[in-house]
Ligand binder design. Structure first.
Ligand SMILES: C[S@@+](CC[C@H](N)C(=O)[O-])C[C@H]1O[C@@H](n2cnc3c(N)ncnc32)[C@H](O)[C@@H]1O
Length: 266
């Protein structure tokens, strides 16, 4: 399902459904330990944290003493985030704020975001805030979608012609959104260039390697199918029989490092 509004509070189930099929844990761990080399306790700030999904994934892998601050505008999302964290031993804080207004009151070692920027037309301002919020030598990581790439990665057996119709329909919608000053469907591809524009160095770009495969032979098929139908109800209807499908989101993961020259570019 494509989001039509900004009310993410009403979309907790949608977010959870999709996040269940988003990362390979081994690849995420590879990023944290081998690529970003986060092997000492660090302080993290997550812009547009939703229900804290990334926080739980990160803190599980980081040394004790690390902390996580999640910023989001959604009251219900933050209530759910607090509920999920309350029985953990993690150091955390959730702050309700508009990312365009928010002023971080300390510096962090890592500013990260997963998928909020595409929904905020003034995303450059948010990226600048992310950069401002990290220490010298700190990292900024954006996990953002390029919708063209994501769309090309969707295959549903028996629905080939519907996929083509959907491609065309989406293309018109994305273009309309751009023309009317709304969301940017290509944002994931633009982030590396923007990071460089604002003076980050060592820009490194990767693509999330997770591919969601669904087939009736899977143990969790019934639940998986339900979630899949909900997300793709514009193509499939609830009466769809056996669903064989592949959904490759290809999220673009960009990491940059703050250096002496960064502040001059902000
Ligand atoms: C696609 S969701 C991603 C949530 C989370 N990062 C995840 O991956 O599960 C986008 C998030 O950005 C938040 N968001 C969008 N615009 C915002 C704004 N102007 N200020 C604060 N949060 C915002 C929404 O409330 C939502 O939680």
């Amino acid at each position: 399902m494509e989001m039509h509004d900004k009310d993410w509070d009403g979309q907790i189930e949608y977010l959870k459904n999709t996040r269940d099929y988003f990362w390979n844990d081994d690849y995420f761990e590879f990023l944290v330990h081998s690529v970003w080399k986060l092997n000492t306790p660090i302080n993290i700030i997550d812009f547009g944290c939703g229900y804290g999904y990334l926080g739980l994934k990160l803190l599980k892998l980081l040394p004790e003493g690390s902390s996580y601050t999640g910023i989001d505008i959604g009251t219900d999302l933050l209530t759910e985030a607090n509920r999920l964290f309350q029985n953990t031993s993690y150091k955390y804080e959730f702050v309700k704020a508009d990312l365009l207004e928010y002023e971080p009151y300390q510096k962090y070692d890592l500013a990260i975001c997963q998928a909020p920027l595409r929904h905020i037309p003034q995303y450059e301002k948010v990226l600048q805030k992310m950069i401002s919020s990290v220490t010298l030598g700190g990292k900024v990581v954006c996990v953002e979608v390029n919708r063209r790439l994501e769309n090309a990665g969707l295959y549903i057996q028996g629905y080939e012609s519907e996929l083509h119709k959907n491609d065309e329909w989406l293309h018109q919608r994305w273009q309309h959104e751009v023309d009317s000053g709304g969301r940017d469907y290509l944002l994931g591809a633009k982030i590396p260039i923007l990071m460089e524009k604002y003076g980050l160095i060592d820009i490194a770009v990767r693509v999330n390697d997770y591919a969601e495969y669904i087939s009736p032979k899977q143990k969790d098929y019934d639940l998986h199918k339900l979630k899949f139908l909900e997300e793709h109800q514009n193509i499939l209807d609830n009466k769809a029989d056996d669903v064989f499908a592949l959904n490759i989101r290809s999220m673009i993961i960009t990491c940059g490092t703050k250096s002496q020259i960064t502040d001059e570019n902000l």
